[in-house]
Design a protein around this ligand. Structure first.
Ligand code: HAM
Length: 430
């Protein structure tokens, strides 16, 4: 029997960001918006729920995400299969097609928010996590590929993060992948005896993913497999070289990882990942690449595009290893008050202070001065104001500098300030 009063807990792999740590999220979000604006990216928002077929078609039927990680359910009201977005890209492309956003010019857009994947939770891997997703839509050249990577390098610099490395690959074009695929399948057929069950299941549907195996018995076979990079034609090669040349111009180091396949099927040409050794097993902080076929695949006019996403939990985990937590006071001014008269005056004074942009908490819930002071101190306010009986009748308030101080006023000093000067006095000292 279920206990009606039992605690309801959060869903496994889905986290709360509490006040305090929440400040780190806000700090990151505001910094990220500024960073993206400097490259001309604008915010857009798409729904968390989409038709399931958007993702099966967009991300690919034979991917881990679509095969086993999507939160899908049937909307019982109209018997439609819906899915909580496991990523942003497919939804953003859908919206661009639906609103004909590329009709007269390319678009640089970003989104931030929760995405959902039913993975086995561990450090850096959650079932609800957050992405900063950045997309350049309608641009084909290698210049934009390089700019996107340079952009991420600027973010590392801004955050003071140094231990990240860039891995790069080219997935070429569909015909090149088809030729490589045929060679790969015949390689897998020659080694079918050592393939595990998952590899055998995937060898004809998604042979590239077979190489992604963690099975030690298959490593040598995977290492000896034909490399897609060797099947690239001249155009794909020169696109890749042009990206590399621009990264060299920017002084950004990279390594070619010919085994990088990414977990989504829409990619072609440039793919990249930023990886760190500071996060344990979930080492990829940022991943992305070009997806020139996705618009057409989702029913739109063909349009080139490239983008990437940063995992915010991983990013914050990493950033915290470089930067101290931001101060997160509850308010600037905490007003201690006793008695009904003082409480009413406090509410009026607080509104005048807020008119000036000062953040104010008026103590609520009564209690002795001592307990109210304790609360004021715990709020991390710079200044406490005391409104009470006799002083109030005499037209003054006491002001105690808890943290703020200027040359004329010492920290912890208590002053009498006439009520008519109070707002101006406080505003000058915040
Ligand atoms: P993705 O590589 O699947 O790419 O995810 C991007 C980032 O999200 C990863 O590098 C990682 O930091 C973070 N991430 C992924 N799964 C989890 C998880 N379970 N828990 C915590 N963080 C996670 C995409 O999603 C593509 N849509 C990126 C893209 C945009 N490509 C082109 N445009």
């Amino acid at each position: 029997m279920t206990n009606a009063f039992a605690k309801v807990t959060a869903i496994r792999g889905m986290n709360d960001a509490l006040p305090g740590p929440g400040a780190r999220w806000e700090q990151l979000e505001s910094l990220v918006r500024t960073w993206l604006r400097t490259y001309g990216y604008r915010n857009m928002r798409t729904p968390i729920l989409e038709h399931t077929r958007l993702f099966t078609r967009g991300i690919g039927e034979v991917t881990d995400i679509v095969e086993k990680e999507m939160y899908s359910f049937t909307d019982s009201l109209n018997a439609e299969s819906l899915t909580m977005r496991p990523e942003f890209t497919a939804g953003i492309v859908r919206a661009c097609i639906e609103h004909n956003l590329l009709y007269d010019r390319p678009q640089r857009v970003y989104s931030m928010g929760p995405v959902f994947r039913h993975e086995r939770p561990q450090r850096g891997r959650y079932r609800q996590f957050h992405q900063i997703d950045v997309e350049a839509l309608g641009l084909a050249g290698p210049d934009i590929d390089a700019e996107m990577i340079v952009m991420v390098a600027r973010l590392w610099k801004r955050l003071g993060i140094t231990d990240v490395r860039l891995e790069l690959n080219s997935l070429g074009q569909a015909t090149e992948r088809a030729a490589h695929r045929a060679a790969l399948i015949s390689h897998l057929e020659q080694h079918v005896g050592i393939l595990d069950e998952e590899a055998r299941r995937r060898m004809y549907t998604n042979p590239l993913r077979v190489l992604d195996t963690k099975n030690p018995a298959m490593q040598a076979m995977a290492n000896a497999a034909p490399r897609l990079f060797d099947y690239l034609g001249e155009e794909s090669r020169s696109h890749f070289d042009a990206v590399c040349a621009r990264l060299d111009d920017a002084g950004i180091a990279y390594t070619l990882n010919p085994r990088m396949v990414r977990g989504l099927d829409y990619y072609n040409l440039t793919v990249f990942e930023w990886i760190t050794d500071k996060l344990g097993a979930q080492a990829t902080v940022c991943g992305g690449g070009r997806y020139d076929g996705l618009f057409e695949l989702l029913g739109g006019k063909p349009a080139p595009a490239i983008g990437f996403a940063l995992g915010m939990e991983r990013l914050i985990d990493l950033w915290e290893q470089y930067a101290p937590a931001p101060a997160d006071p509850e308010c600037d001014v905490y007003i201690v008050n006793q008695g009904e008269e003082a409480q009413r005056r406090a509410a009026v004074i607080a509104e005048s202070l807020r008119d000036q942009g000062v953040s104010v908490i008026v103590h609520a819930g009564g209690g002795s001065f001592k307990s109210q002071f304790k609360r004021a101190d715990a709020s991390a306010a710079s200044i406490a104001v005391i409104l009470a009986g006799d002083e109030l009748a005499g037209g003054t308030a006491s002001v105690k500098m808890l943290r703020a101080a200027d040359s004329a006023v010492q920290a912890n000093q208590q002053l009498q300030v006439p009520l008519e000067n109070l707002v101006a006095f406080l505003k000058d000292r915040i």
